[in-house]
Design a protein around this ligand. Structure first.
Ligand SMILES: *Cc1c(COP(=O)(O)O)cnc(C)c1O
Length: 369
């Protein structure tokens, strides 16, 4: 048996007629960017979250960058981000000229640690970007009041957390803005690139719509520096068709997580994802941790089970960020996590049979070693 990390071809087969019909309509309308289907998707996505505005953009990095631009963040400013995340979180900060300040994660949930964030705040801090890593929300409510009293915006990186909830509230609705990615492998993925921002702030929403289209105000007037961050209609149509399936797909990911927990929960030396109290995890990734990570990964590869590393180098030790003041040992939890993390096959398309095979092989590895 071969078990891939994810299986997008199977997902397409399961909704092919809807997707094909949507794409055909886009071609027939010959209207290819930021139009009817993008608007329909924006309305549906905002509605699902109870948010006032959804601004669809070209990808998740653009979503983060556009919000930081709208806030006027730039050279001399600092933005706090976790060290354990996909590098795009930090890169969006760097694109503005501001400096990403890295904070360590908690060993159990792998999300940022509010008391550690508080210690990093100073007069230059212009935003904090918690990342809802692997599909579980960071404990942002512990930061929200303190940040609000200092006038520091909270921007959620929801690229891995579509429909995740904490204390009954959706990811993307806890701070000033929530930034989503629809990169193909995300829980809601386009067939190419896509992203979106949720916000309840009318002024920010106007700014973001302007930044998305070269800083325009109306048809011919340019009011600020902007970008071309529009979403294509083909992607808008695909996302609009996929959205009604997302709840069902998320439930299936949770079932697979339960299979893993039941099958692997008793193994010494293996740490499974911990779900924080009052969190509804959406399992974008199923990341286990073990000091024998490399050996286990090689064993699974030999048994045709594809695994992933999210992420083997924490952001503060990436060559691009190492120079401005970071060295190994600075953020020990993130650094250990980078050496011990291993992502197991996870998607709504995997069969129980495939997951049971993965569980059997992992159990075999720990019996042998
Ligand atoms: C995927 C991802 C991004 C970037 O999204 P793109 O659409 O690839 O630009 C940002 N942050 C996190 C945590 C991600 O997983």
């Amino acid at each position: 048996m071969h078990v891939p990390l994810t299986d997008l071809a199977l997902q397409y087969q399961s909704i092919k007629s809807e997707i094909d019909e949507g794409i055909r309509r886009v071609f027939e309308a010959a209207d290819f960017t930021n139009s009817t289907w993008v608007k329909r998707f924006e309305e549906a996505f905002a509605g699902m979250h109870g948010a006032r505005h959804c601004i669809a953009v070209s990808n998740g990095t653009a979503a983060l960058h556009a919000v930081l631009m709208a806030l006027g963040i730039g050279p001399g400013d600092e933005v706090i981000v976790p060290a354990t995340t996909f590098v795009a979180t930090a890169m969006a900060v760097s694109l503005t000229g501001a400096r990403p300040v890295f904070t360590d994660i908690t060993p159990d949930t792998c999300t940022l640690d509010p008391p550690k964030v508080k210690k990093l705040i100073n007069g230059n801090t212009k935003a904090v970007i918690p990342v809802h890593l692997y599909g579980q929300m960071a404990s942002v409510e512990l930061l929200a009041d303190m940040l609000k009293s200092r006038g520091i915006p909270l921007i959620e990186d929801c690229a891995q957390a579509h429909l995740a909830r904490r204390k009954g509230r959706y990811a993307g609705t806890m701070g000033l803005a929530g930034c989503f990615s629809f990169y193909p492998v995300k829980n809601l993925g386009a067939f190419g690139e896509g992203g979106a921002i949720l916000t309840d702030d009318d002024t920010l929403a106007d700014e973001l719509r302007s930044i998305r289209t070269y800083g325009s105000a109306g048809k011919f007037l340019i009011e600020r520096i902007g970008h071309n961050y529009r979403l294509s209609e083909i992607q808008g149509s695909i996302l609009e068709k996929k959205l009604p399936h997302l709840t069902r797909w998320t439930d299936r990911r949770r079932e697979i997580a339960d299979l893993y927990r039941n099958g692997l929960g008793d193994i010494d030396g293996l740490r499974l994802p911990v779900i924080a109290d009052e969190n509804e995890h959406v399992f974008h990734l199923y990341v286990i941790q073990t000091p024998m990570r490399d050996e286990l990964m090689n064993f699974l590869t030999a048994h045709k089970i594809q695994t992933g590393l999210h992420y083997p180098v924490p952001c503060h030790l990436q060559p691009v960020y190492k120079k401005p003041g970071y060295t190994a040992g600075d953020l020990p939890v993130s650094e250990r996590h980078a050496k011990e993390c291993l992502s197991l096959p996870m998607s709504e398309s995997h069969s129980n049979h495939q997951i049971q095979y993965v569980i059997r092989q992992i159990r075999q590895f720990f019996i042998d070693s």
